[in-house]
Design a binder for this molecule. Sequence first.
Ligand SMILES: Nc1ncnc2c1ncn2[C@@H]1O[C@H](COP(=O)(O)OP(=O)(O)OP(=O)(O)O)[C@@H](O)[C@H]1O
Length: 316
Amino acid sequence: MIAVDALEKTYGGFAAVVDSTFSVEEGEVFGIVGPNGAGKTTTLKVLAGLIEPTSGEARVAGYDSTDPAMRHHLGFLPEESPLYEEMTATSYLRFFADLYEVPRPVADERIERALDRLELDHRDRRLGDVSKGMKRKVAIARSLVNDPDVLVYDEPASGLDPVTTNSVLEFTRELRAAGKTVVFSAHNLYHVESVCDRVVIMNEGRIVARGTVEEIRERHGETTYHVYTDVPPAPASGGTEADADAVGDAEEVGDRYRTVVPSMDAVERVRGAASAAGGTVVDIRTREPSLEDVFLDLVGRPMPGRRGGGEAEGAE
Ligand SMILES: Nc1ncnc2c1ncn2[C@@H]1O[C@H](COP(=O)(O)OP(=O)(O)OP(=O)(O)O)[C@@H](O)[C@H]1O
């Protein structure tokens, strides 16, 4: 449903997106995560046809993203979605439905359905007077007035309270169940883990990891072993440097000592060191990396060659 190929976007010589290639299948929820300035919004704006690639291409629902016909198949939720403050939710959504030339009875039914599902009260209050959560929900409803196949949401749940956040995430799952394809960006990795079928992690314009959350964890994360001993482990005299490294950082936890190590070999070294100190291992726990662990590890690495590349364009 979406195919992005060797996408580059530069702003006046600054490469915001570098050599990005990914695809999204029909009915998939696809997450783009990354730190501030990673290139997420730029990627989404290209998909939404709001900016043109410097090179490479993005195809959405069978159209080039720069083809105006593509927009009939797309609903876009920008990161900031200022609404017309004097309008009510209903009149605002009708206005957008008219822009898409949706027949009025169809539009009214669609708008009612979206507002009901999003549990939007105060439909006749001016938008300038409704809460931030309600404004976000109206913006989400706006993305659906043309009944698009593809939804591109930039930080859909950012700044929302936990209840509204949950309802937006649940709504995203329902969109998938209805066969829509959803691409969204997020900073909150829990949101991504809980909703997305597949994810790309971007850093400094480049994709640095991709796959299901599970695949990314397996590929990029490290399992650690937490070894609990009843004495501080001390390497036996005459032990190797690796033995000393393995037991260097025991931390006192209650009446036990915890040493975190990356392998079973190192666990055995800790065992030896505990016994050399007259004690024993009392517990070993395995800890799988979270998406957040992987993320912090990946985005902490410097990325080469961000500046330059592609032709300079004026800032938009
Ligand atoms: N119109 C523009 N002109 C110049 N530079 C831009 C423009 N838009 C974005 N950039 C730069 O491109 C880089 C990527 O920006 P982008 O907004 O895509 O990142 P992001 O991952 O969405 O960040 P955030 O999480 O902060 O929203 C940033 O360094 C940003 O300053």
